[in-house]
Design a protein around this ligand. Structure first.
Ligand code: SF4
Length: 393
C-alpha cells in the first residue's frame, strides 16, 4: 500500500537489494504482512550460536555442553553444527596468528546515517587486521549470495568506517560472504575511496526510495523478496508484456510470421522466466488469499484440494496389517540408500564409491550465457564473428 508519510519507511541494509533496484518497493510493501519463514528463525538461532562460539572462543559442542547455549530453544542437526563450526573457523582464519594484533567484533551494531537516514545495521563479524577490514556475512540459506556489488555488505563496510576508530584507517575492505550450506565463500575487495563512492550512489538511491512518488522497476533481484510481488501491477504488466510483438506493416501480410515467436522473443522470455515464475506463484497466492477472505470473483472459486491418505499411527497400522495376514516383506519396502547418502557415511574415496557408482550424464539444461560451464554446442554466429570477409573484387 503506497503511503504518504515517507518518514515512517525504514531502509535497511538487508533489504537494500530491493530499494536499490526498485525504489518503490519499500513503500509498496508498507502495511503488507511480514512473511514468516521457519528458515529465517533457524537462521537467527545459528547466528546467535556462532556469535557465542566466537565470543567465548569455543566450538559448538563446547558451547552446548557448557550451557552457554539454550539447547531447548532450538534443535540442531549435524549439518547445522558443521555449518556453524566452519563459519567460526572461517572468521578465525581472518585474524592475525597471534590474535593480539587483530580486532574482532561480533554481531556488532554499525551506524551509517551519513548514507541513509537512521542508517543502522548489525554485522555478523568485522575483523580489522594490518590495515585491512574484513566484513563477514554468514548466510544460512540455500540461494547463493554474491559478494560483488552487494549493497548490504557495502553499507556494513561504510558503517564500520563511521562507527569504529580502527576501520577509519583501513585502505582495503574485504567484503566476504560465507555460506557453508552451499560450500560457497566469496570475497570482493574494494578500496576506501571506492567504498565512499558507492556510499554516494546508495545515498542517492535512498533519496529516490524515500521520495513521494518513487519509480517501480520490476526485476528478479528486487521482486524475489518483495512482499508486494503478488499485488504489484507494474510487475504483472511487465511479465505479460514480454510476449507482445511489435508488428510492422510489411509483416502483417505474413500471418505465420506475426504469430510465431522469434528467436529474440524466446531468448527474452528465457531471460525473464525466473521473474515470471516468481510473479505467477505470488499472484496465485494473492488470489487464493482473496478467495479465502470471501472476496467474490465472477470466474473463480475455492474448492477442496485432492485428498491424500496416511496411516494415523504407523506402528499400530503395521501390527494390524500383520494381524490381517500380511507378511513383513509385503508391508515394508526395502530401498538401497543413494550414492550421496553412502558418500556421507563412507567418504567419496572409499573403494565402494569408486567401483559401484555409475555416472549418467543428465539431460541438457538451459543456462544463462554468463554461466561458467562450457556450452554443449558451438554457436555458429560466434564461430564466424571474428572472420574478416575480404572483398573478392
Ligand atoms: S514487486 Fe517488484 S516491481 Fe513491484 S514494487 Fe516490489 S520490487 Fe518493485
Amino acid at each position: 500500500m503506497p503511503i504518504t508519510q515517507t518518514q515512517s519507511i525504514e531502509l535497511r541494509p538487508s533489504n537494500a537489494v530491493k530499494w536499490m533496484n526498485c525504489p518503490a518497493s519499500i513503500q509498496m510493501e508498507h502495511g503488507l504482512p511480514a512473511e514468516a519463514s521457519s528458515f529465517a528463525i533457524q537462521g537467527s538461532f545459528l547466528h546467535e550460536l556462532a556469535a557465542k562460539c566466537l565470543i567465548y572462543n569455543k566450538t559448538v559442542d563446547d558451547v552446548v555442553f557448557e550451557h552457554l547455549w539454550d539447547d531447548d530453544a532450538c534443535s540442531l542437526t549435524d549439518e547445522e553444527i558443521d555449518m556453524v563450526d566452519s563459519y567460526v573457523q572461517f572468521v578465525r582464519s581472518r585474524l592475525a596468528s597471534d590474535y593480539e594484533n587483530s580486532t574482532l567484533l561480533v554481531e556488532h551494531k554499525v551506524m551509517f546515517e551519513q548514507v541513509i537516514p537512521n542508517g543502522v545495521g548489525t554485522v555478523d563479524a568485522v575483523v580489522i587486521n594490518e590495515g585491512v577490514c574484513h566484513i563477514i556475512d554468514f548466510k544460512t540459506g540455500h540461494i547463493p549470495v554474491e559478494a560483488k556489488d552487494n549493497y548490504q555488505l557495502i553499507l556494513y563496510a561504510l558503517g564500520a568506517v563511521y562507527t569504529f576508530y580502527e576501520a577509519c584507517f583501513c585502505d582495503l575492505f574485504k567484503l566476504e560472504i560465507f555460506q557453508s550450506s552451499l560450500n560457497h565463500a566469496v570475497c570482493w575487495e574494494i578500496t576506501r575511496d571506492e567504498l565512499l563512492y558507492w556510499g554516494a550512489i546508495i545515498s542517492e538511491k535512498a533519496r529516490f526510495a524515500l521520495s513521494s512518488n518513487p519509480e517501480v522497476i520490476p526485476s528478479t533481484a528486487a521482486c524475489r523478496y518483495c512482499r508486494a510481488r503478488g499485488v504489484c501491477k507494474p510487475l504483472a504488466e511487465h511479465c505479460l508484456s514480454l510476449m507482445t510483438n511489435d508488428v510492422t506493416m510489411e509483416e502483417q501480410f505474413n500471418m505465420r510470421e506475426i504469430n510465431s515467436l522469434t528467436i529474440d522473443d524466446i531468448d527474452n522470455i528465457l531471460s525473464n522466466q525466473s521473474l515470471i515464475n516468481l510473479w505467477l506463484k505470488a499472484f496465485n497466492q494473492t488470489a487464493k488469499e482473496k478467495l479465502q477472505q470471501g472476496t467474490y470473483m465472477p470466474n473463480h472459486k475455492l474448492v477442496a484440494g485432492r485428498k491424500t491418505r496416511s496411516w494415523k499411527n504407523p506402528v499400530l497400522a503395521s501390527d494390524a496389517l500383520k494381524a490381517a495376514g500380511l507378511k513383513e516383506h509385503q508391508i515394508y519396502e526395502k530401498e538401497l540408500i543413494s550414492p550421496a547418502q553412502a558418500e556421507k557415511l563412507l567418504s567419496y574415496r572409499h573403494e565402494v564409491m569408486q567401483q559401484h557408482v555409475a555416472i549418467t550424464q543428465g539431460e541438457p539444461v538451459i543456462a544463462p550465457i554468463s554461466d561458467k560451464r562450457q556450452g554443449l554446442l558451438t554457436n555458429v554466429e560466434d564461430e564466424f564473428k571474428d572472420i574478416v570477409v575480404k572483398d573478392a573484387a
